[in-house]
Design a protein around this ligand. Sequence first.
Ligand code: S3P
Ligand code: PEP
Length: 453
Amino acid sequence: MFHLSNPDLKARSPWATLRNVSSVEISPIEKQEVNGEIRIPGSKSFTNRALIIAALAKGPSTLTGILKSDDSYWCIDALNKLGVKTEVTDDVVTVQGCHSKWPNEQANLYIGAAGTIARFLPGALAIAKNGNWILEASNRMSERPVEPLVNAINDLGGSIEYLNTEGFFPLQVKGGGLKGGPVSISGKVSSQFLSGLLLASPYSKTDVTVTTPDYIVQHAYVKITLDLMEKFGVKASYSDDLTKIIIPSTEYLGRNLQLEADASTASYFLALAAITNGRIKITNLNVKTNQPDIKMIDVFENMGCKVTRGEKYIELIGTPNLKGGFEISMKEMSDQTLTLASLAVFASGPITMRGVEHIRHHESDRISAICTELTKLGIKVEEYEDGLTVYPGTPHPATLESYDDHRVAMSLALIGTKVPGIVIKDPGCVSKTCPSYFDLLSHVGVNVQYFDK
Ligand SMILES: O=C(O)C1=C[C@@H](OP(=O)(O)O)[C@@H](O)[C@H](O)C1
Ligand SMILES: C=C(OP(=O)(O)O)C(=O)O
């Protein structure tokens, strides 16, 4: 269980910021409007997929535009401990692919709080001929499910065992390889189970046919996995709904790749323009991305904002009258549930978000966390197993918890730009995906005051 007074600081990496900051106060933007241009850091999803594929590949890769945050730090650190040579300069990393033979056949790997490493690395290790590795994760990541992935890898002949509690990290992964053939995997708790299985599959002795018996939350992330595999030379074939995927037995080839900016991070800044009647231009994101959170721009538009979709940029101009009074399924872009919940406070009518039971298994129980914190502000909410309704209201000043969850902190901070006295505790948790979040807010005109520990 998460302890409010006790974020898991071991998971904060050398790339984390705000280590000595206990809280931040966000003050409303008065005369000065939010108005600015922002370059968004690289996508977490692209960075950690590309790092693991590049590490497995034959030959070197250069990845440009990587995210530098806790999640990518722990990924690079784990690859280094496996003996893979990497070199990071600014936002460029070169990776010397190990051609599916991890140089260090024994290592203890710590993967922080990253779902993308927890679900992508075990399969990548299981494909090796030899090896014996221990994988440990943060307290919260050790409570998040991995069983469907582990079962599927073991069904293919892999050797992954639980060292502590059945179904959860820490894990022991032994080499021995995967045989290939048919395998079934659930996608209803996390799409990352599928992605992790797919990433490892090309190294099976024969082709792998993956079927999903139920449904996949956030399909788009599976598509991102398949597209990136193809960029590194592995072309899978699949049904439109991705419930049947055939991966050939082959190998990745090293590549030089420009990665996309993070659409999830971009959404907070677009939301900021939306609620403050301001203007934000994201200068390095194309709407044609497969990242699902890009669909938030349609939501903002339906709420009355004006959006310009450029070739390489997105500009959003807010509105003094944000339209509410609707229900929406957030299943396919569930990382943005909390963003919309914060925005809903200032809308013209209640907003109901559904289809996101799985976010109770993310960095926090996100449905419970946002309902608790909005209630502290005097905002009326209704909580459901798979979502919530937020009623518009006038928040009163409060000190809010961030639950060691970057998206709770980033979303609640938005409310501070409209009402005085909003203090967010442990703002350093944003380092999981955006260490520079509060700097970027300041850059576009938000007042952020830091309080030391
Ligand atoms: O594959 C990925 O890169 C991701 C998949 C999603 O996870 P779930 O499918 O577990 O919800 C998303 O929430 C996460 O931020 C990134
Ligand atoms: C769910 C998230 O992360 P993870 O990759 O750890 O699953 C997230 O970033 O919102």
